[in-house]
Ligand binder design. Structure first.
Ligand SMILES: Cc1cc2nc3c(=O)[nH]c(=O)nc-3n(C[C@H](O)[C@H](O)[C@H](O)COP(=O)(O)OP(=O)(O)OC[C@H]3O[C@@H](n4cnc5c(N)ncnc54)[C@H](O)[C@@H]3O)c2cc1C
Length: 387
């Protein structure tokens, strides 16, 4: 199927492996042939939405309406494969399904769920999720500046958001805001065409260029109470989403590393220098083996965690360690893969340059390396070093 030196994936249920194979076929047909061109131009591959939505509807169906999912392994395998083929679409998928649908499923009223989730399942309606702000990233739990004030007519929302994935093409955006009086953190379902919502695409990214990230300005946006997610009041309430997101991103990082290693191995076998394939040189083999070692460590960690997760609810610190371990390793693999391609390593056509750039975003989102380190450090020492 793909790189698996110890046959680690064979420990997973056959049903999930067949699911993975079907998803690989979908990406090979609908995403691989077009993605370099979109990434290069910084455009979103809209033709991919329909087949992806159809796949999710057919394969996951109603089980994808509940968050966290009953069988998270299927979602994780999708993240791995999207990471391997195109990390931009891994983010698009995660923001839509894990974050936006996840928030509505976890915190929404029955009416909100009925209004949004069925059409989002097939990607007919697209979701976005806006927590990060221009002046509040890692410290967003305490530093959130967007405010929601209750008035006789509903809630008045003011503030600015940065990075929100998919918002330029979204039908609904989950916007997180603080109520100044009570200090509660509240979530709102904002529609982009509402008065006072201004969305501006971020155009100058060097990573994840095929997905859309935006800046959002919210100027006196007035929404009725029925647009507020009723079951969320504190930052800690969304921890369940951040935790799932970090494990999912660890799988994405593994996918990216597998993609980079596989492309590097193939290239070194076909590229000849000094009359021999460069794969036959000891120094190149050292890099290939180092890449395989890192990939294999990630596979062992994540398949082990997938088995543990069947019976144990992982802690936030455990999720953070997985994200940190895999993002670090994947970054190293991408760097080595680019190296063994020489100059061709910076060209999109050889399948590594895009992964090499995209891993930089993966390294910094869902908790930067430092923040995940601090979360694990606090858990093992009992002493918080955030300040
Ligand atoms: C491609 C992409 C997509 C994204 N999508 C979304 C999205 O859909 N929705 C959304 O809400 N957000 C999104 N984000 C935002 C993402 O979650 C943030 O980038 C991330 O939380 C880090 O915040 P920051 O970029 O503001 O960095 P900062 O918080 O400014 O950090 C800068 C540096 O300081 C370090 N640092 C901060 N605090 C400490 C400390 N206490 N000790 C030591 N070091 C520290 C950090 O680790 C980092 O190295 C996205 C980001 C990217 C790049």
């Amino acid at each position: 199927m793909s790189t698996d030196f110890y046959g680690i994936f064979s420990r997973l249920p056959q049903e999930d492996l067949l699911f993975w194979e079907r998803f690989q076929k979908l990406l090979a047909e609908h995403l691989s042939p077009i993605i370099d061109n979109h990434w290069n131009r910084g455009t979103f591959p809209h033709s991919f939405i329909k087949p992806l939505g159809h796949f999710v509807q057919e394969e996951l169906g109603a089980e994808a309406l509940v968050f966290p999912p009953k069988n998270p392994l299927k979602w994780r395998l999708m993240k791995l494969e999207l990471g391997r083929v195109d990390p931009s679409m891994a983010s698009f998928f995660a923001v839509h399904m894990g974050l936006t649908m996840g928030s509505i499923s976890l915190f929404g009223s029955p009416e909100q769920k009925a209004l949004w989730l069925p059409s989002m399942l097939g990607f007919e309606k697209i979701g976005s999720w806006a927590l990060t702000e221009p002046f509040s990233g890692s410290d967003v739990a305490s530093g959130l500046q967007t405010e929601a004030i209750q008035t006789d007519d509903g809630w008045l929302i003011n503030g600015h958001k940065k990075w929100a994935g998919n918002a330029s093409m979204a039908d609904v955006i989950v916007v997180w805001a603080k109520e100044p009086k009570s200090k509660r953190m509240l979530g709102f379902l904002i529609e982009p065409n509402m008065n006072g919502v201004d969305i501006e695409k971020i155009n100058d990214k060097i990573a994840k260029r095929a997905m859309e990230n935006v800046n959002i300005s919210l100027n006196n946006v007035l929404v009725k109470e029925d647009h507020r997610l009723p079951n969320v009041n504190h930052f800690r309430d969304i921890n369940v989403q951040l935790k799932a997101g970090r494990i999912a991103v660890a799988w994405e990082a593994l996918g990216i590393a597998m993609g980079a290693y596989e492309a590097a191995l193939a290239y070194t076998k076909s590229r000849h220098q000094f009359g021999r394939p460069i794969a036959s040189f000891q120094l190149i083999q050292d890099k290939l083996v180092t890449m395989l070692e890192e990939v294999t460590c990630m596979q062992a960690l994540l398949v082990g965690l997938a088995e543990t997760e069947r019976t144990v609810d992982l802690s936030s610190a455990q999720a953070s360690l997985a994200k940190r371990a895999c993002a670090r390793r994947s970054r190293k693999v991408c760097q080595l893969a680019r190296e063994v391609l020489g100059g061709n390593g910076i060209l999109l056509e050889h399948g590594i340059a895009r992964l090499f750039a995209d891993i930089e975003a993966v390294y910094s989102y869902e908790g930067t390396d430092e923040i995940n380190t601090l979360i694990v450090g606090r858990a093992i020492t009992g002493s918080s070093s955030f300040l």
